[in-house]
Design a protein around this ligand. Structure first.
Ligand SMILES: NC(=O)C1=CN([C@@H]2O[C@H](COP(=O)(O)OP(=O)(O)OC[C@H]3O[C@@H](n4cnc5c(N)ncnc54)[C@H](O)[C@@H]3O)[C@@H](O)[C@H]2O)C=CC1
Ligand SMILES: O=C([O-])CC(=O)C(=O)O
Length: 337
């Protein structure tokens, strides 16, 4: 039996995901057997907006599906083996991709490119063929390159719609709220800030000046906080000591973002969150993809917001972000070309 605190947590989590609309959506998770895939599947099972959960992996997905399927929410769950990808994708409205290898200490996200680029490209090709209208949420690293890889792959297949492709950067937003909350002594719900740019090191640009508590942080405290947000992933990789990178906080952040996508699809207005999308904001500098606040709706991306007012420090962070991001995006494009 669940302890009272665990039961309360689950109730709160379910409530955090709920909305007045009815659920109607098939969601597929590609990489569902992994460190992120398993807890993400659990959280999607308790999201009231998911009607059917399709769990695919090259190993282990039927087991995860059998386990998660016993949870007493009203959605169905099915697991698929390596040769059943098309069945897993059939009819999916949302496809979340956490497939691929994670970092070990000493590696950068870009070091994952050689392995993950082809995994993501091949999965994207299948999504383009079987579920061309699906909203695709890319978690696999390096996000700055894997998202352009998916875009080019879909473009080649003639089915790319930039409104339906998202790099998941919500863990940076979750970390920023948590870390600013810690430094300023506040509940993270009051310290939410936009994190813009990309998803690795210097390309992660937290806009602390856009929060009342963040605005007052300066000096060494500011530099340390920015560094912690930019390199939060390294903290986890180091602590896991060879056993992988963030999985539980990522599953939480991924489920939160998937819920935002589903609320938008259901017609809810005012669903706004940062995500890495095809964007005109810095396209004149050769940066075709950029994360900034995006309004989500029935068609996916409804509106891309500009970064807003920046402090002098944030302007410098942005200047450092753009050239790196451009290189990462071009590397992704070149892989598919
Ligand atoms: N966007 C973000 O903020 C974050 C991204 N990540 C990234 O997410 C990815 C997954 O991380 P973990 O779950 O910890 O790794 P993991 O190794 O625990 O799980 C990956 C899963 O992908 C599966 N897989 C491999 N090739 C596949 C294919 N072709 N089709 C379907 N499934 C396949 C594996 O069998 C495995 O179950 C990594 O690239 C990691 O860097 C991790 C944390 C945060
Ligand atoms: O650090 C990693 O490799 C995984 C990741 O993207 C994160 O935790 O932000």
């Amino acid at each position: 039996m669940l302890s009272r605190s665990a039961a309360r947590l689950l109730t709160t989590q379910t409530r955090a995901f709920s909305t007045t609309s009815t659920r109607q959506t098939k969601v597929a998770v590609l990489g569902a057997g992994g460190g992120i895939g398993q807890p993400l599947s659990l959280l999607l099972k308790i999201d009231p907006l998911v009607s059917s959960l399709s769990l695919y992996d090259i190993r282990g997905a039927p087991g995860v599906a059998a386990d998660v399927s016993h949870i007493d929410t009203d959605s169905t769950v099915k697991g698929y083996t390596a040769d059943q990808l098309d069945d897993a994708l059939d009819g999916a409205k949302v496809v979340v991709i956490p497939a691929g290898v994670p970092r070990k200490p000493g590696m950068t996200r870009d070091d994952l490119f050689n392995t993950n680029a082809s995994i993501v490209r091949d999965l994207a090709a299948s999504v383009g063929r079987v579920a061309p209208e699906a909203h695709i949420l890319v978690i696999s690293n390096p996000v700055n390159s894997t998202v352009p890889i998916v875009a080019k792959t879909l473009e080649k297949a003639g089915v790319f719609d930039p409104r339906r492709l998202f790099g998941v950067t919500s863990l940076d937003v979750v970390r920023a709220a948590r870390f600013l909350g810690e430094v300023s002594g506040n509940d993270p719900k009051n310290t939410v800030i936009p994190v813009v740019g990309g998803h690795s090191g210097a390309t992660i640009v937290p806009l602390l000046s856009q929060n009342a508590y963040g605005k007052s942080i300066s000096g060494e405290t500011y530099s340390k906080l920015v560094h912690r947000i930019q390199f939060g992933g390294d903290e986890v990789v180091k602590a896991k000591d060879g056993a992988g990178s963030a999985t539980l906080s990522m599953a939480y952040a991924g489920a939160k973002f998937a819920n935002a996508i589903l609320r938008g699809l259901n017609g809810e207005k005012g669903v706004i969150t940062p995500t890495f999308v095809k964007s005109e904001l810095f396209a004149d500098q050769g940066v075709d993809f950029f994360s900034s606040n995006v309004e989500l709706g029935k068609n996916g991306v409804e509106k891309i917001y500009p970064v807003g007012p920046l402090s002098a420090e944030e302007q410098k962070l942005l200047e450092a972000c753009l050239p790196d991001l451009k290189k990462n995006i071009e590397k992704g494009y070149a892989f598919v070309a």
